[in-house]
Design a protein around this ligand. Structure first.
Ligand code: ATP
Ligand code: MG
Length: 404
């Protein structure tokens, strides 16, 4: 089993329902929500508006673009309605959203618009062997832009690149994530993928950090190299995971879908469209794969389910217990996210091992000793650094760490 799934299951973040299908437990959903919130903030910053599409989809929408056929799209899950007729389970939402937009845009004056959702995508993937990095059911952020002219459209496409880069930076993946030339479509020679160096990834990318160039192996041809002005020996081969993908459809998609608007001269033109995906749950898997050590998971502070793991020892002693719960309340009252290990029957060693496995940024011990000495042992999970803080320092330190 993939390392991410092993650790996430053992630490209680996810439950494996079947291959490629995972439930997100109370700890796990907090990580998912934090990743989503970072993505949400960055999409809102480029005028994205959140909505949510449906999981059940109409067959005729996909027939129109010849994508209902299992020979064309090999990941469909489909079913039949009791009332008659077939439905598809959303593996993508390009066709439905294009259709929906017909109800809301008819003139260039209605544009530009960019909308996005966090949606559980259902894909009948043949291989599902990378834990939560390749699910048959997984959370994606997918955004779609609609513009009335090419200049606005291209400017928006370009604006998504730094927005995406900010997402990966905030997740602690900035240095290892590359905007990568990948296979294009009917309209453009290339699309752009965001590839993160990761041993458990399924892609191969050729990178040059100095030149800021990355090329997916799939499009690594002489022609590509020449057009980008690099030679193959300037590039390093790395294993990567695709954590995002942006795609410029030009007017092709809207033309296929019949999504038209009137331009300034009154002509009906197909809308300029782009689509922009981020693999939310895949990113969670990548973070585990990249940062875990031999003791367990190590979350970046930006997505950790809690900032602090408060380890209560000697809690069978009522005085210690009352005092420890008081510290816990005081911390949570300040808005500090604390997970309190208040188990009485569990040995200290086991609590520390569990804490290392769960991987919260800071571990703080509240025990008979810390109460008597007025000092708290604070261990930083990522570096192993140990500090002893007074109560004032403890609260001060974590207050100042808020919103980081
Ligand atoms: P892949 O090449 O990995 O199969 P894709 O090209 O089909 O992905 P898109 O349809 O562009 O992916 O989806 C957008 C993003 O969703 C991807 O960049 C990836 O991060 C994520 N993603 C795609 N498929 C899966 C999956 N089966 N499980 C988890 N995340 C996925
Ligand atoms: Mg891909």
């Amino acid at each position: 089993m993939a390392k991410n799934a092993q650790l996430l299951i053992r630490a209680g973040y996810v439950y494996k329902e079947m291959a490629g299908v995972y439930a997100y437990l109370p700890l796990g959903i907090r990580v998912v929500e934090k990743i989503k919130q970072i993505v949400r903030e960055e999409m809102n910053a480029i005028a994205g508006q959140e909505l949510i599409m449906t999981a059940l989809q109409r067959k005729e929408l996909w027939e129109r673009t010849s994508r209902w056929d299992d020979e064309v799209v090999d990941v469909w899950f489909k079913s039949t309605l009791k009332a008659g007729g077939e439905v598809g389970f959303g593996w993508s939402h390009e066709e439905p959203i294009g259709e929906m937009m017909k109800g809301y845009i008819s003139s260039y004056k209605d544009l530009p618009i960019s909308v996005y959702q966090f949606q559980t995508k259902l894909r009948n993937e043949v291989r599902a062997k990378s834990g939560i990095m390749r699910g048959r059911e997984f959370i994606m952020k997918d955004m779609y832009s609609f513009c009335a002219d090419e200049a606005t459209h291209l400017a928006y496409y370009e604006a998504t690149k730094p927005a995406y880069s900010k997402v990966y930076e905030r997740l602690g993946l900035g240095d290892d994530t590359f905007i990568t030339f990948a296979a294009g479509g009917a309209f453009t020679k290339f699309s752009h993928e965001f590839q993160t160096i990761c041993e458990a990834g399924e892609d191969v990318t050729y990178i040059n950090r100095e030149k800021g160039i990355a090329i997916n192996e799939e499009v690594l041809t002489e022609e590509t190299l020449t057009s980008l002005g690099v030679t193959k020996d300037e590039l390093t081969r790395v294993t990567t995971a695709e954590v995002g993908n942006i795609f410029n459809f030009g007017q092709q998609k809207a033309s296929d879908l019949g999504l038209m608007v009137k331009d300034a001269t009154g002509n009906e033109i197909p809308v300029w469209m782009g689509s922009y995906g981020i693999g939310v749950t895949r990113l969670m898997g990548v973070l585990v794969e990249k940062f875990a050590d031999e003791k367990g998971i190590v979350w970046p502070e930006s997505v950790a389910p809690f900032v602090m793991h408060l380890i209560g020892l000697n809690l069978e002693d009522e005085a210690v217990r009352d005092w420890a719960f008081g510290i816990y309340s005081a911390l949570t009252d300040r808005g500090i996210e604390v997970l309190f290990d208040d188990r009485v029957e569990v040995r200290a060693g086991e609590k520390f091992a569990d804490s290392d496995l769960i991987g919260l940024p800071y571990r703080v011990v509240v025990s008979k000793k810390s109460r008597e000495e007025g000092k708290f042992e604070v261990v930083t999970r990522a570096s192993g650094e140990v500090r002893f803080l007074t109560e004032e320092e403890l609260f001060g330190d974590f207050d100042s760490n808020l919103n980081t």
